[in-house]
Design a protein. Sequence first.
Length: 215
Amino acid sequence: METTQRTDQQRSAEQRRRELLEAADRVVLRDGPGASMNAIAAEAGITKPILYRHFGDKGGLYAALAKRHTDALLASLRAALDAPAERRERVEATLDTYLAAIEARPQVYRFLMHPSEAGPTGGEGGFDVGLHSAPLLRRLGEELAEVIEERVDLGPESGRLARVWGHGIVGMMHAAGDWWLGERPCSRAELVGSLADLLWGRLAAAGNRMGGPGF
């Protein structure tokens, strides 16, 4: 009986946590990186102390939201990498999946990747998104490295090389996507094609200007 009661309580707590994360998502979609614990608590119809009881502080809430969105993004990236197509097409589909995700929900992206404009520490409680976004990118890099090692024969040092490539590709996607989302200098398709060209060795094949040694 006690075990059953404990299980029911756990399910109820998990359900409540999901509901609170959904409320947080709605506020983040509206307010972006400036989303506050007060606004999230109000959206969920609870007091801020109750929200703290579930997540500890804004850092805990951020970590929960980051896992929620990263899990969904990784599932989409894996699906793109596993699609029945030529390797170049799958690489382009993977790049496009990432860029489409940040384009579709720019406020969520900014909440996860940029400090709040509320103050130099990123808002209430001394929260600094910069301290939390690095693990998110690290996780993406490790997951992509695992996929590369599973699907591409890189020789005897495949594990090390796959990690180098995984983290390098994630860094490229993040930096290029961040710049593109802010300035929109080209279409998403053009950016995808250009990044795929870079991955496909176009830099090595390109000639040097003015007869110099290049870079």
